[in-house]
Design a protein around this ligand. Structure first.
Ligand SMILES: *Cc1c(COP(=O)(O)O)cnc(C)c1O
Length: 455
């Protein structure tokens, strides 16, 4: 600790949380954060973590109720993932994937193809690595467009959904539809056609009627613009960042059919929903369909390290082969740390644990159990709606000002559970292998927090 000691010349004791927060406020610009209220909101300083627990500098333990922003699968500092990363660290730290290859990168691609979804649509046979969810979406968007130019004609437009979220880089923002996050950047973005989201709720309109109208509108958009559309882009069955807006399989099945009918690709963003989060390995499995490009990220390394991937259909891959073509057809895209071996080793260990311990089955049961435990909230005067798809849960509370959701999360923190809201929707998305005691603690803390703030 000589570094921190040099910053704290008057004290031989370890710096306090307040001292660290002061240094943080002086030097750090946090993501998605308004810094005028940051310090007053008393951020948690996470000092260590184990299993589903985050531990602060003073030794307080908080259940990680949102999987550290939707990434942790089998718990923090899992001994098997730790061991796999350490072993990889002593073998090969990094080598480029441009012109060389390595075993972890090959093995992980095979493992992902092995667990690729099956159903109506193509086989996913190739894996392209990227660094995080946003960059996987950049890959999927660029691949879709380039594929159109190499297999027919240039189709410069994407169909996106309102309330969509695909990440924060400009291509991903182009496919997004959350005004609060995306509106500022609209003048900078790609050409898109917005289709109304089947996940949105509209006061006084029956949800089945709304979904039917959205399905019809997607058909109308494709009939009118289909020849200019290279891809329909969506989050399958659950729009996470919009506040957990779930929608039925029938819409996803219609999107699959319409894409095929009009020669466009279907891009499914499974960055949040994938790797077991919905109680199946992939959310598309609930609809029995397979997209042409599937983006995954977040939970792929168990929440350890940044890594994402695009699983591509064989026909897309073939559209990039130069055989007999006068253009290079190469996909000129890559990231310096593409397929970093440490990330691949973490992902391989995570997927092995998930297979050996049926973590996807555990997730399905956990989702059901949380649904049961939170059911009493349906009649709570402070709760508008509870939406759930597997272990992805949004509890929308009534609007008592722009920070109601945040206030609930602060109250919940007082009961030993860390949550983060999206607007007035409190998100619950715990590690997939959460035990019964912790599951009860999580649900109980949320109910108490809502009681305290909203009665
Ligand atoms: C989080 C998320 C992304 C972006 O992933 P990053 O790793 O934050 O870049 C993309 N799509 C969906 C559906 C997400 O939830």
């Amino acid at each position: 600790m000589s570094y921190s000691a040099s910053r704290e010349p008057t004290s031989s004791a370890a710096p306090s949380t307040d001292a660290w927060i002061e240094r943080d406020a002086a030097a750090v610009w946090h993501p998605f954060t308004q810094h005028s209220t940051w310090v007053a909101d008393e951020p948690t300083l996470v000092a260590s973590a184990e299993g589903p627990w985050l531990i602060d500098l003073d030794g307080n333990r908080y259940l990680d109720g949102v999987s550290s922003l939707w990434v942790t699968t089998v718990g923090h500092c899992h001994p098997d993932i730790n061991a796999a990363v350490k072993e990889q660290l002593d073998t090969l730290d990094h080598s480029t994937f441009l012109g060389t290859t390595h075993r972890p990168g090959i093995e992980l691609a095979e493992a992902l193809i092995d667990i690729a979804p099956q159903g109506e649509g193509p086989q996913l046979t190739k894996v392209f690595y990227a660094g995080d969810g946003s960059s996987a979406m950049e890959v999927a968007l660029k691949m879709s467009y380039q594929y159109s130019t190499q297999t027919g004609h240039s189709r410069p437009k994407f169909v996106r959904l309102t309330s969509a979220y695909h990440g924060d880089t400009l291509g991903a923002v182009s496919a997004g539809g959350i005004d609060l996050f995306h509106q500022t950047y609209r003048p900078l973005l790609l050409q898109t056609i917005a289709a109304p989201s089947p996940g949105e709720r509209h006061e006084g309109i029956d949800q089945d009627d709304h979904v039917a109208a959205c399905t019809e509108e997607l058909g109308r958009i494709m009939a009118e613009h289909g020849s200019e559309v290279c891809a329909i882009v969506l989050e399958p069955l659950m729009q996470g960042a919009a506040g957990m807006l779930n929608y039925p399989a029938s819409y996803l099945q219609a999107a699959r059919r319409l894409a095929t009918e009009h020669g466009a690709l279907l891009v499914c963003d499974e960055v949040a929903t994938g790797i077991g989060r919905t109680g199946r390995m992939w959310s598309v499995e609930h609809a029995g369909i397979v997209p042409d490009l599937l983006a995954c990220g977040k939970g792929i390394t168990g929440g350890y390290l940044p890594l994402s991937a695009v699983l591509a259909a064989q026909h897309v891959w073939e559209g990039f082969l130069a055989d007999g073509s006068t253009t290079p057809r190469t996909f000129f895209h890559g990231h310096t740390y593409t397929a970093n071996p440490l990330c691949c080793a973490a992902a391989l260990a995570n997927l092995r644990i998930m297979r050996e311990q049926d973590v996807v089955g555990q997730a399905a049961a956990l989702g059901e159990r949380l649904g049961e435990l939170l059911a009493p909230l349906r009649d709570h005067p402070g709760v508008k709606e509870i939406r759930r798809h597997g272990t992805m849960i949004g509890v929308e509370v009534v609007d008592r000002g722009p920070r109601t959701g945040f206030e609930v999360c602060q109250a919940v923190r007082g009961h030993g559970v860390w949550l983060r809201p999206l607007g007035n929707t409190v998100i619950v998305m715990p590690p997939l292998n959460l035990g019964e005691d912790e599951t009860e603690l999580l649900a109980g803390a949320l109910i108490k927090g809502i009681d305290e703030v909203l009665t």
